[in-house]
Design a protein around this ligand. Structure first.
Ligand SMILES: Cc1ncc(COP(=O)(O)O)c(C=O)c1O
Length: 291
């Protein structure tokens, strides 16, 4: 937590240092809840509507009734961004099942807890971004959709954390999770794209990829930049033999990849990545008025 951190909990705005939640909150006890990570630039939350829509979908999928409308959450975001000392930062929006007795039955919780945090987030150093990320394919597999569908952005990130620990142990920057079929799903906190013969490819959500907001911006930019883009099944082989590879995410923004499992890629950053990165910066500029 930085000194500037601000929090909004169930309608009350306060400095991060004063924010507390109950130890009986089922978000803490059982990871029962959903969340969003949102960036703001020049005091404007980027693609807020899409984030709120995904939050509502995640909540609907776990039968969690959010006690605020999209308009009320938008107002809460406006208020916390205004209270934050700097125009640029990161928001964490969480909705938990709320406080209840011990025992995981969600029916025992009557009032969901809604939390917003505004702070800074930097997933990797500028140095790492410049040289490109080193990836490893984790032995930890993405949970199947009939276990926990990867499209639900839930507070259960242990699967991703175990994968990320493998990356740390291997001295890599990020881990890639495969699903049970050996298809590439995504990184521990980012989506993945490869480029082959000047065409983009990215995994399908049914293979375990989150429907990333940044991923969707890249798909839109591929259309405007006339770069053919396909959502399809990919395996480790596709990553090892790609011309280019990159990660996308709200925390990550866009990160070029330089090697996967010790196989150096042909280009890092590659020409397609560089074009998309410039176009991405322009979209942020157009939609939030900076850069
Ligand atoms: C598991 C996972 N995949 C992908 C992403 C990227 O999604 P977005 O671009 O919406 O931030 C995230 C972001 O937090 C994530 O946690």
């Amino acid at each position: 937590m930085s000194e500037q951190a601000q929090c909004w909990i169930n309608g009350r705005l306060m400095p991060g240092s004063e924010a507390t939640v109950s130890v009986f909150d089922h978000g803490l006890l059982y990871g029962d809840g959903v969340f969003e990570g949102i960036r703001f630039y020049q005091g404007h939350a980027f693609r807020l509507h899409a984030h709120l829509k995904r939050l509502m979908d995640s909540a609907a999928a776990i039968c969690l009734a959010i006690p605020y409308t999209q308009e009320e959450l938008t107002q809460a975001v406006t208020d916390i961004v205004a209270a934050f000392a700097e125009p640029e930062g990161y928001l964490r929006l969480m909705v938990t099942r709320g406080v209840g007795p011990l025992g995981l039955n969600p029916a025992s919780c009557t009032q969901p807890t809604v939390i917003l945090i505004a702070d800074h987030l930097s997933m990797i150093s500028e140095n790492q971004r410049q040289r490109g990320a080193k990836l490893v394919i984790a032995s930890t597999r993405r949970l199947p959709a009939d276990g926990l569908d990867g499209r639900i952005k839930s507070l259960n990130y242990l699967n991703n954390i175990l994968a990320r620990m493998e990356a740390n142990q291997a001295g890599a920057d990020e881990a890639i999770l495969l699903n049970r079929n050996g298809h590439v799903a995504e990184g521990s906190a980012a989506n993945i794209f490869i480029v082959r013969d000047a065409q983009l490819f990215t995994p399908h959500p049914v293979d375990g990829a989150l429907q990333g907001i940044t991923r969707s911006v890249i798909m839109e930019l591929a259309v405007s930049e006339k770069i053919p883009a396909t959502v399809c099944a990919l395996t480790a082989y596709d990553l090892y033999t790609a011309d280019e590879c990159f990660l996308t995410g709200t925390g990550a923004e866009l990160i070029p990849v330089r090697e996967v499992d010790s196989r150096p890629l042909r280009h890092c950053p590659g020409p397609v990545f560089s074009r998309l990165a410039e176009a991405f910066t322009n979209v942020i500029y157009q939609e939030t008025g900076i850069r």
